[in-house]
Ligand binder design. Sequence first.
Ligand code: ATP
Ligand code: MG
Length: 365
Amino acid sequence: MLDVALKLLKEFNNHSYKAYIVGGFVRDHILGIESNDIDITTNATPKEIKELFEDSCLPHEDYGSVIVMMKGIRFEITTFRLEIGYENNRQPVEVQYIDDLYPDLLRRDFIINTLCMDEDGHIIDYLGGQEDIKNKIIRTVGDANQKFSEDCLRILRAVRFATILNFQLADDVIAAIRNQKYLIERLSYQRKKEELDKIFNCPNRDYGIRLLLDLGLDQELELQHLEKVIDCGVDSAIAVWSLLDVSSKYPFQKNELEIMEDINEAKCHNNLDPMCLYKYGLYVNSCAGRMKGIDLKSINESYANLAIKSRNDIQIDSDSIMTILNRKPGKYLKDIYDDIEREILYKRLDNNREKIQNYIIEKYK
Ligand code: ATP
Ligand code: MG
């Protein structure tokens, strides 16, 4: 992946443009973390980038980022820029393309995100990013209060990076977040959810949640009782969300809503019970079980022991049932299925065609 990126940089150089990998990829590379999102910064304008690479598109016209695909890898390429004036504590009013890297770095959020790499793989570190990585600290580029008031999404990004990297927030960053946290309200729920998803999905989640609580961001994010999520044992964002009861505010996809509902229902049942495992599946029961401190191994074992995992596994079809009973289709078929499903799950009936036939003849004929 890096070799493809360096080749892309060389392509820029061959056409007399400057270009560097910037931000998260370089930061993660130094930390030995694999990353598959590569951001590139260059003095070529979006128009020039598009002329250079056939396989490119402009997804955010306003911001002038160009997406270039090379060998199946997606690169987000952004022209060096100054951001002039900010509105709604979120966006620059005007973007001015420039020729130099250094001023472009000054508009970025955190020192650790200003690291660059050139076409030979050399690190370019104007602002002390490597030192901050060594000290495991998140500092803003310039005045923290100003950075957060220019763009309040940076507040959540700070907590997200601290969580994922297990870094400290610098004292002035903490103070500025406390000062400006009221701005969070201006972010869309979608934006807030995207950042929270990353925090909630992280194995170091409890640290992030403690940060949110310490900084008072839970109130701004309208996450009541966020503290109950600490040590809850679950391992996915959706399971965390299921504990927070915010589906009327935050935007969830249909499948996310279904999983949350299932987890909450499954929580009220015995997660080792065959019917519960069968109905809600392994994942939902694992989430619910973890919340209740049930050993995952026993949930896995009980699930593996199920006689059937879905209705398709039942060794008889509706045509056969109708033939046995010499009846036309009707609601009775569902009742019979429900019955044999239950009998099989609780191992009172073998999932064997002949045995099921006999059972149906005896009980329903
Ligand atoms: P990751 O991709 O792991 O989420 P990243 O640091 O690469 O982290 P991106 O959102 O991909 O984050 O942004 C790329 C770079 O653009 C950042 O490293 C940072 O330099 C800059 N950047 C992104 N968002 C902002 C922002 N809201 N304010 C200032 N600079 C930003
Ligand atoms: Mg990135």
